[in-house]
Design a protein. Sequence first.
Lengths: 714, 714
Amino acid sequence: MRNRLSILLALLLAPAIYAAEGMWMPQQVPQLGDELRKMGLQIDPNRFADLTGDPMGAVISLGGCTASFVSPEGLVVTNHHCAFGSIQHNSTPERDLITDGFLAATKADELPASPGSRVFVTTKIEDVTSRITGNLSAKLGDAQRARTMEKRERQLIDECEKPGGVRCRVASFFEGAQYLRTTQMEIRDVRLVYAPAEGVGNFGGETDNWMWPRHTGDYSFYRAYVGPDGRPADFSKDNVPYRPAHYLKVSSAGVKPGDLVMVAGYPGRTFRYRTALEVQNAREFTIPTIIRYGTDISQILHEMGKGKRDVQIKNASRINGFENTLKNYKGTLQNMNRGVITQDRTDREAKLAAWIAAEPARVKKYGAVMNRLDELSREFNTTRERDLVLNYLPRSSPMLAQAQRVYRWSIEKTKKDLDRAEGYRDRDVPTMMSASNRAQRTFHVESDRAGLRYMLEEAGRLPAGQRIAAVDQAISRYGLEGFLDRLYANTKIHVADERKRMYEESKAQLDARKDAMLEFAAALLPLSLADEEENKKYLGASSRVRPLYLEALREMSGGLLSPDANGTLRISFGEVKGYEPRDAVEYEPQTTLSGVISKHTGEGEFDAPDALLEAARAGKTKEYEAPHLGDVPVNFLSTNYTTGGNSGSPTLNAKGELVGLLFDGNFEALGSDYLVDPELTRSIHADMVYVLWIMDAVDRAHHIMREMGVAPKY
Amino acid sequence: MRNRLSILLALLLAPAIYAAEGMWMPQQVPQLGDELRKMGLQIDPNRFADLTGDPMGAVISLGGCTASFVSPEGLVVTNHHCAFGSIQHNSTPERDLITDGFLAATKADELPASPGSRVFVTTKIEDVTSRITGNLSAKLGDAQRARTMEKRERQLIDECEKPGGVRCRVASFFEGAQYLRTTQMEIRDVRLVYAPAEGVGNFGGETDNWMWPRHTGDYSFYRAYVGPDGRPADFSKDNVPYRPAHYLKVSSAGVKPGDLVMVAGYPGRTFRYRTALEVQNAREFTIPTIIRYGTDISQILHEMGKGKRDVQIKNASRINGFENTLKNYKGTLQNMNRGVITQDRTDREAKLAAWIAAEPARVKKYGAVMNRLDELSREFNTTRERDLVLNYLPRSSPMLAQAQRVYRWSIEKTKKDLDRAEGYRDRDVPTMMSASNRAQRTFHVESDRAGLRYMLEEAGRLPAGQRIAAVDQAISRYGLEGFLDRLYANTKIHVADERKRMYEESKAQLDARKDAMLEFAAALLPLSLADEEENKKYLGASSRVRPLYLEALREMSGGLLSPDANGTLRISFGEVKGYEPRDAVEYEPQTTLSGVISKHTGEGEFDAPDALLEAARAGKTKEYEAPHLGDVPVNFLSTNYTTGGNSGSPTLNAKGELVGLLFDGNFEALGSDYLVDPELTRSIHADMVYVLWIMDAVDRAHHIMREMGVAPKY
């Protein structure tokens, strides 16, 4: 019998240096050179280490998504779903850009992206480890240690951002063994150039989300503008297209199974160095509980909206938020429950223990690490049920969430900027106020109350030792419904003007309002603060031991390890490859235009534009057909490991040319943030050949093609 | 662009003689010899024409299912789902054969099959065309013509069955161009020998029904017994195993992609010679309406059972019946709606018209055929809505169904046996009485009433010109609920003893009962009789023209055409082959034991027995692994065309050895009763290698293996 588990374990125990295995930091790539050449790389691996060179200098962040420059005039390509906010922002009932797409005939016709849109160009990465962890007094308590490190980070950021026009970050790598400060040029004038129709850019919609076979032309184009002086500037008619030092060359050659492909981008978060105990906690408690809360609250919101279109609209984005998380978490849990992840961690820790035990020097240095990590996990988890309830109370009630923010702000704003809680610094105020504005659109008192009732009932079921006093006291005094009656009868938190004033008031002024929701927020605050203190303690204690754990793993692996994703620029290597999702089923790694037409129903999520169907029918496809497919390629799969934040990433061929846009992972990849299964984990890309075919034969975006150096065929 | 439709049309227009295309009559096989040899056949094609020879003499009917002899002592192998009634019949709460399976240690331990179980061995096929259609007076009206033919059929059957121990049938081939009388030896003592656990025999259950990839060990073993004189006899301790003239040799060599496989069996019904207009009527009216009725009534029955286990049990088999039909019809409709079937018929008729027009002699002979067929269809369809309501009234109410049967029987039994309506002859009485007994278990007055209410409402919506007077009068007199009150308050049809008496009473006695349900049945009768008369007229008129239509098609095709299935012995040829269900998805044609283990959840429909898991874990598989799979094969796909009735059919390799048991078609094959799509239509087989592995390593049915001439390995 074939035994997938044994194949997988064999792979896991293979040499740790394996280029296809990680999300590599650019500066690590030269060390992978030999292997990359074996995989087919045709350019100098050292080039990837140069952030301002070719190709990495062309890889940019949109904050949450990745994109790349594709012309000397600041033309940017990313995913349709990454530009969706801007498409929506410019849509009106009369001019439905979402459905019909948009193509600016000239630069003058380009539309401002949605407010807050940014293009971040990474310009510098500096090692600041010693400035974060150096000279930390041994006498500091755990919480104090964490606070000190946080303050040092903030100072490093402030110092970096001072000149203006840049956004800086200090990111922890290898669980705190290394700290790097990244500097990004922050371009504030971003404009929408071209987006295909929804029936291309979001073809398949929610139904196909995470799924293969896929047929989505998930691409859109922006342009970055700067002031006439070449420096970032707010939107202005006088601004000029940004001229990037480098932009990617678009290839129309397509890909074939087995081709090397590289994905450069800004992956958000992975958990590949979490311990067995931490994985177990996620699998047994955190993820299932979050799924339960999300399912139940989303169900409540659905019920509230039944037959009421206005309520449906108000609750739509909240439901969307819960359901996105749900699909992701359910998939992760399902894949976790195959048991391979837990097995991997247990094996890794057993192997590490044996490796440590093999030499007295290792025992001395690392002997206590695993026990200490597990001890910390256990301590931190003693209040896990309560912590999650505290976390979900504001999620269940946007009104309570606003009350908590308002009240906390009245306290934090009296402190020095550097000393405030995270999220309450002066630089965070615009974000806080726009979140308040967005919340206004979601307020619906009955839904809010129904959600909060659900979480208060959950709080009521917490075990002894984890009770929330503020909740217990309120309910024992008024009863659940009585308390809810009071809360919602005596609050103005959902009144936009009132809340705006509240954000300006002092704590004393807020107290004087006797607003029931604010009072509840105030009553919850001591426990939240105590919780934050515990968290800081945990972080401080972790920072003493977790870097050692990674050092041990790195040493054991022979020196090269790819760090967990943390939103910084990375590159992953892989090949175009299908997979066998289950016995007797083979997924080929490329889909075709015929597949688009087969899926097309003419309604809902599967409604390809008439122009596409017409072009296909008319046989305007020959020049874009891949000989090995006999058809126009649409999407492809690769073994590259990617995660949220990678959306829109350029997919490069062995020559470093743009051949695709990463836009999703397969269902089996859910959970790959914990463990990559080389047999099943795949990334999904929009093939640039399809993008070019749509541009040429369907949307006639010929001037954009020419700007990218590609000659239209039709 | 690839264009599947054009590929398909090209195939359809290819030479009509194509062995892999039909369900061939045994006597046609020699004509396919050359092609079969090209496909890999290693035995003399003429052998298939000999019904009492090898292998066809070993292929038997169970009435609704197919089976085959696999030992000189009357051992019979068929599908688990074909023997399910017998497994269920012998199950008790203490001895759960359904869940655990059953293995008779010796012949003495074999269990009687469920009452009415039969083994039919085809012994003779005679052409009786001239005795059915010869000398039919031209003066006969259409209905009279149909009645005369029906009477001739009956006489042919009675004459054939007279000696006893045989069951005879006259079946129409090529739409009435040919009539054949089949004689089957009817073995009445059938015993259950061996059935695997439900977690093997029905692994995947409803979820996997019609699906690929599949992992079901759908097999069971019977043994046929006869009297000591070798003639069929009722069950008796003195009976002896039947010694068939031929039995199949079991191969343990397995199959590989590309291998020729042959399926011999008794397919029930296909519609491949239905006209475009008939297909259109099925697609636009009959199938969607049946789906609607089935969905709604099944929903009503579900509702009635909510929270009431006893009602659930009473309605279970009815719901099951509706849902089986639904899955099948929905799939058929979905595949019909791809449009290929209609296209095929239109093309065929256009081609035929051109062929006819090409020669004056053809015009003379066939010129009027198509028009006449379409005219008949249209006439017959003018009351299609009412006909379907009449058909579904008794389906919606088992009580009304029984009332109709009781009342009709009181009329028919006064006639001469040969003159009675179909289903009311003396030979039908046992079937009628056991149906009445089975109905008793399904009676639930409230469910019956709810179902009937639904269909009465449907009757109320019939268009003018198709009204049902009996319903209209009753409802205008009492109102719908009032009528239902009367019906169910004043009937004893659901009382077992009363109904038994009713079956014995005369029409006058029944009338005197003033039983409301019987009165409603009596009121519906005139319309039913008129409808039957219309039907006879249609059949009579069809019998004048439809054979000509087939003759034209046969002539056009060059002389060889495989007739529609009609429950008689057929053989189909194909190869082991996967398919591409949709863009970028490839289904391999063989599943494996690893796949069983992946699907195993330990509960519900995916609960493989511990002994299987244990044997797999222990590596007791080597001897059964296929080298090209590196695993034990479980199920395989082939291009053979099969349909209901083929279940349990032996699948033979190129040497005529048993390599599999056909047990299902793929989802894409739904609709293949109308048109086979060679790209998508597949049959699903249990691989004999898996059957043998289970017998050897899991169930230790070593003595049965030895009886089949296969040496156990463990």
